[in-house]
Design a protein around this ligand. Structure first.
Ligand code: AVJ
Length: 333
């Protein structure tokens, strides 16, 4: 059997594979700390329980949400050129490591074109979702060793590395969820995780006009609103909270100065909410900041990556420059 899920073999790869209960502990602590801030805030990583991962998959099918389909359309070309590049560099034993692997749609075009990939390691915070997706992937690629692990990749992780050259894969512009400083930390950690002579392939959403950006996060079917509010529903389910979802409104705006989409949940009334016995007060119009999605000019991102020890090797741009896929090389040091 090629897939190891939730067993001891998985624990060997990760410093800490969070179990259901310790995950909940961390969730409660983070929630209470975040909601005590003067600008209330929650980490977007908590969107992705079963329900949230499902909503996110629906977002990816929306006409307004250009990042998903734009990146997916770019990947076959990227994969072909990567094949040439790796062949030229005589890389014949490659291990692909995907961060935040989710539904595993994006890796398929890569696995199809890259015969040198012998092993695929998928990390995601939503274990069940990943488990289902990986069973499907294993069927399509019987020749590739597939390993999946539930884990929080915002923390440093340690992988049991084979002799293979490691290539990190971080699609979807999920890197945009980090503050730029945190993105540098993540990239530096990834460099340690992947080892010397490694590469990193990243999806980066680019800066563009406000209208297109805001449309992508304010879809006409309100799926993004459900996705955003799911974090409230999740607290109700898991933390014995009593949020009334109708008393909050989804807000997504482009903060041009900071180059990021911000998602918030705005309290429509003054109200008190209880979470695990703790009372939290909301003024009318007060918001919970639930997500940042940073947008970068490709050169700007290269600059950021270089401060984490990664050198820009190649950039693929979608038509009109609306999305970028970037290959970085571990510059050592
Ligand atoms: C998964 C982080 C790339 O920022 O565009 C989609 C998440 N939030 N719609 C993004 C998201 C609202 C998405 N990432």
């Amino acid at each position: 059997m090629r897939i190891n899920v939730g067993n001891l073999a998985v624990c060997v790869w990760l410093n800490k594979v969070k179990t259901g209960s310790s995950m909940n502990q961390g969730f409660l602590q983070d929630v209470l700390a975040g909601l005590r801030l003067s600008q209330k805030a929650l980490s977007p990583k908590y969107f992705y329980d079963e329900q949230g991962s499902e909503y996110f998959d629906q977002i990816c099918q929306l006409e307004e949400y250009y990042p998903y389909r734009t990146e997916l359309a770019l990947l076959p070309d990227v994969a072909q050129e990567l094949n040439q590049f790796f062949t030229q560099h005589s890389l014949d034993n490659v291990q692909l490591v995907e961060f935040g692997a989710g539904s595993l749609h994006k890796v398929k075009p890569l696995l199809q074109e890259l015969p040198m990939v012998r092993e695929f390691v998928a990390l995601d915070i939503s274990g069940e979702h990943l488990k289902r997706a990986s069973a499907d992937l294993a069927q399509s690629f019987p020749q590739i060793e597939i390993k999946v692990a539930q884990g929080d990749f915002t923390k440093p992780i340690r992988l049991e590395l084979s002799e293979a050259t490691s290539i990190g894969f971080f699609p979807g512009s999920t890197i945009g969820n980090f503050e730029p400083k945190e993105a540098v930390d993540f990239l530096r950690n990834a460099r340690t995780t992947l080892g010397k002579d490694s590469y990193m392939l990243l999806g980066v959403d680019t800066k563009k006009d406000r209208q297109m950006l805001e449309r992508a996060y304010n879809d006409s079917k309100d799926i993004t609103a459900h996705f955003n509010k799911n974090i409230l529903a999740r607290m109700n389910r898991e933390l014995d909270a009593d949020f009334n979802l109708d008393q909050f409104r989804h807000v997504a705006v482009y903060n041009q100065k900071l180059g990021r989409i911000e998602m918030h949940l705005r309290s429509l009334v003054q109200q008190e909410v209880t979470i695990a016995g703790e009372a939290i007060l909301f003024d009318q119009d007060e918001t919970i900041h639930t997500e940042n999605s940073y947008k970068y000019h490709p050169e700007e991102f290269e600059q950021l990556a270089s401060s984490a020890g990664w050198q820009g090797e190649k950039t693929w741009l979608a038509p009109d420059g609306i999305f970028a896929i970037m290959l970085l090389r571990n510059a050592g040091g």
